[in-house]
Ligand binder design. Structure first.
Ligand code: GLN
Length: 452
């Protein structure tokens, strides 16, 4: 009830929730009380969570931030959310997001932008909470839930976490089932939590992850108890600092934050190892070919026939497809679909899509080559602090630059966490990212907790 009260007070301004499921929350909380009373409490018993609106929730509208899915009520539950409910968590409602998770500022949502609860000391402008999981990050930062689910295709958990002073982790590809998650780019999409601290993130993530026969890329391996890694000494760990993550035009404050984090780890007994990940400069262009290509294929299902928005008054089947998609999708989604269809088209497939897959392999091999020298890699999470809403909306390329430090982990399938590591001169939170070996979330949590 405390969280529902907070939501009522702050959501009209923040626009973090697109739907509040108050009655359901109270019913779930009562069931939690009963399990606690009978001594059968789960690991997350009674924990009130917000759910990013791309996780299908049985009987509760799931829109992925799009007019295309307005009114879509899934008849089934995503595996990730089912796992959370199995462990006793309580659903407060569905959280706003960029349309189909395409964006870095939450401004592409059909439900309007989300506002960051943080303000710059230098201006009164409303700031973005980042995206695409902007609703999740804003809600956690403003105490409109204890923690939230989110998803990360190119940084959508880590960048919003960095912009709001929260913790967000994307696990190794295949740890969390994609069943019941509205698909964006299937070879990159992973679910993960946004939480107030590293320990909460570990608790949440170990509940969310599981082997699932309903996702063919799900890994059939046990999920460790990651809470054990939180607070463990980092003495003796080898921390890689990649030269290529120093990018042109990076604000001095970001470099200073990074240096600070490296100094903390050194003081804690880590060995700092300069490394090179030579194909890093190709990561953004590679991502912005692979992700739209997969999106153009995944979003072909929204044809106005099977489910989702259907145009009325059309004169032919083709007209119905075209009008339904023209009306249902927003501008950024259309931009991605056009790019995706282009790079997959017969004349350009080899030049763009196949080339991007080859470069993606090189980027993964860069990481493979350093894992015998380092146990984890530390970088800034983002090239800047939260920016004002509206600032980058006009220039998609400027917006895409937000993902410069985060897309590599998705392309290589590696786990990455963003932890709050300080404030900039305007009092805004900045995040540091820890990238780990495949399946080594344990070290990612261990180093993340040392930086927190
Ligand atoms: N900002 C990136 C994009 O727009 C990443 C989004 C995401 O991780 N879902 O594609």
């Amino acid at each position: 009830r405390a969280f529902l009260t907070n939501i009522e007070a702050a959501n009209p301004r923040l626009n973090a929730y697109v739907e509040v499921t108050g009655d359901k929350a109270i019913a779930m909380a009562r069931a939690s009380d009963a399990r606690i009373a009978s001594g059968t409490a789960g690991a997350l018993e009674g924990a009130p969570l917000g759910i990013k609106d791309l996780f299908c929730t049985e009987g509760v509208q799931t829109t992925a931030g799009s007019n295309m899915l307005r009114g879509f009520v899934p008849p089934y539950e995503s595996t990730v959310t089912a796992n959370l409910w199995r462990d006793g968590a309580v659903m407060l409602g569905k959280l706003n997001m960029d349309e189909f998770a395409m964006g870095s500022s939450n401004e592409t949502s059909a439900f309007g932008p989300v506002v960051n609860p943080w303000k710059s000391s230098g201006s009164n402008a409303d700031l973005t909470p980042g995206g695409s999981s902007g609703g999740s990050a804003s809600a956690v930062a403003a105490d409109l839930c204890l923690a939230a689910t989110a998803s990360d295709t190119g940084g959508s958990i880590r960048q919003p976490a960095a912009f709001t002073g929260t913790v967000g982790i994307k696990p190794t590809y295949g740890r969390a089932s994609r069943f019941g998650m509205v698909a964006f780019a299937s070879s990159l999409d992973q679910a993960g939590p946004i939480a107030k601290n590293v320990e909460d993130a570990a608790l949440l993530l170990q509940s969310m992850c599981s082997f699932d026969v309903k996702d063919s890329t799900s890994l059939d391996i046990p999920t460790p108890d990651w809470t054990q890694s939180v607070g463990q000494s980092v003495r003796g760990l080898r921390i890689g600092v990649p030269a290529e993550y120093v990018v042109d035009g990076m604000p001095a404050e970001i470099q200073a934050l990074w240096d600070q984090g490296i100094a903390w780890l050194k003081d804690a007994g880590c060995e700092i190892v300069p490394i090179s990940l030579p194909h890093t400069k190709y990561a953004l262009p590679t991502y912005y070919i692979v992700a739209p290509a997969e999106a153009s294929s995944n979003l072909a299902r929204y044809d106005g026939m099977r489910f989702g928005h259907r145009a009325t008054g059309t004169t032919s089947l083709t007209d119905l497809y075209e009008s339904s998609r023209a009306e249902g999708f927003g501008a950024e989604v259309k931009r991605r679909l056009i790019i995706g269809a282009y790079v997959l088209s017969a004349g350009f497939y080899d030049a763009y899509y196949v080339k991007a897959l080859k470069v993606r392999r090189r980027i993964a091999e860069d990481f493979d080559a350093v894992w015998d020298q380092v146990d984890a890699i530390v970088t800034p999470s983002t090239p800047s602090a939260a920016f004002a809403l509206g600032d980058k909306q006009v220039d998609p390329l400027q917006m895409y630059l937000n993902d410069i430090f985060t897309v590599t982990a998705n392309l290589a399938g590696l786990p990455g966490i963003s932890v709050p590591a300080g404030l900039d001169s305007n009092g805004l939170p900045l995040g540091l990212q820890v990238i780990g070996k495949a399946l080594d979330e344990a070290t990612v949590f261990q180093v993340g907790a040392a930086l927190e």
